[in-house]
Design a binder for this molecule. Structure first.
Ligand SMILES: [Zn+2]
Length: 134
């Protein structure tokens, strides 16, 4: 995604951590069959923290949004969590729990540039994954 508008609004270059959060959404969007996502702000003439950052993702016939975030990083992580909560883990097949453990769900957390599964249940992996791992 183009980070220039975000940097302009922040009044400084994005940090590596912010850029990682913003870029980590894209693979999840592809997993969800989405067509686009973005980060923006609702208030111009105020501090970055009061800018009311928002995020959105465009899915087939649907749009998910978050708003009133204090940072673009938080907006990106929230959109990622909303996407993940709709998905099943490709490795273990369980529904995904983003960020916090939930019973009978696979916990996913962002590790820098990507969201990763914490599951080790390879016995339930799909045949395609077993083949690609061998
Ligand atoms: Zn899993």
């Amino acid at each position: 995604m183009n980070l220039d508008p975000v940097e302009t609004r922040l009044g400084r270059p994005v940090t590596d951590e912010e850029a990682a959060a913003l870029c980590a959404v894209k693979p999840l969007l592809e997993m969800a069959g989405g067509r686009g996502y973005g980060i923006g702000w609702m208030r111009e003439n105020t501090s970055s923290e009061n800018a009311n950052w928002y995020g959105f993702a465009i899915l087939t016939g649907e749009r998910i949004t978050t708003c009133y975030c204090t940072t673009p990083e938080l907006a990106a992580d929230t959109i990622a969590s909303l996407l993940l909560a709709r998905l099943s883990c490709p490795l273990c097949g369980r529904r995904i729990a983003p960020e916090f453990p939930e019973p009978r769900r696979c916990l996913w957390q962002r590790l820098g540039l990507r969201w990763a599964s914490s599951c080790t249940d390879i016995t339930r992996a799909t045949p395609a994954r077993k083949d690609s791992a061998s």
